[in-house]
Design a protein around this ligand. Sequence first.
Ligand code: CUA
Length: 337
Amino acid sequence: MRFTPIACSALAVLLAFCGTVSAAPGMFDAAGPNAQSVADVFWLVIAICTVIFLAVFSTMVWVVLRFREHLDDGETEPPQIYGSEPIEIAWTLAPAMVVLIIGLVIIRSVTELRASPTGENVERIRVVGHQWWWEYEYPDYGFTTANEIVIPASDPETPRPVDLQLESADVMHSFWVPRLAGKTDNIPNKTNTMWIQADHEGTYFGRCAEYCGTQHTKMLIRVDAVSPEAFADWVAEQQKPAVDDPTVAEGRELFLSMACANCHTIRGTRSDGKFGPDLTHLMSRKTLAAGVVDNNRENLTLWMEDPHQIKDGCYMPDMRISARETKLIVDYLMTLE
Ligand code: CUA
C-alpha cells in the first residue's frame, strides 16, 4: 500500500486530534451542567462539520473519478456549464441554515451560562486574579482565602451552584476549571460573572487561561467540592481568627516586625496587608504559590529563603533573613491551621 503525502498528513491530523482529546484537561469529562453545556455545543458543531466534510469530500472524490479525462475517447475537455440558479440558491441557503442552527444553539447556551443562579443554595465567591495567584473572598461568610476554593457538591435533588464574581488586581487573567465551566476573563476595572457547579464530590483543577506575565503557567486553581456538611465545617474553621500559639511567639513577632505584615493578612494579628495571599489559615491549604508545590515545612522553608527558587519573578521579595529567622517564621506559619 502506498501512502500519498496527503493521506499521511490527514492521518497525522487525525492522530493529533485523538491525542488532544485523550490528553485534554477534562472539558470532555464534564462534572457539572455548565461544563456539560459547553461540551454539548462542541460535539454538535463537530458532528455538523463532520457531515459537511463527508458530503463535500465524497462528492469531490466521486466527481474526480467519474469525470476524469478519458484520453482514449478523443475529448480533451468536459462540457462547460455556466451558472445554475437552483444550485446557487441551494448552496447559499444550506450554509445559512447551518450557521443559523449553530448560532441559535450557542445563544441558548451562552444565555444559560450567563444567567446568575438563584435560590437559597447558591454560594457566592469573589475571585480576584493577581500576578500570579488567586484571591477568593467569601462575602457571605466574611473571610478571604487564596488559590484553593472549597465549594459544596450538588446532588440530584439539590443543585448547589456557586456564583463567581471575577475581578483583577492588575492585568487580565482568565478563570478556567475545564471540568466545571468554560473560561471567563478577569479584567481590571470590570466585573465579570460566571457560575460553576460540581455534581460530584472531588477535586477539580484549573489554571489561568490568559497570558498574564512570566509566571502565568504557575497560576493554578484547585476546587475541592465536598459534602454540604464538610463545607459548613470548613467555613466555620475559616471564619475563626488565626491560631495564637504561645510556643511560636518569637516567630510571630518577627513576622509582624518585618515587611511581611504589609503584604499579608493574618486575622487576629496586626498583619493586615492586602497585596499577597491571606495567611490566616495557611496550613489548611494543600499547596503553596498557587498550586506550584505541596504546602509543607520543606517548601515553606525554601519559599522563605527565597521565593524565586520556586516561582521566579514573583512579587514577593527575597527577604534575606538568616537561617534562624527563617526557621522561626516557618515554625510560626506551620501553626496557622
Ligand atoms: Cu493569570 Cu495567566
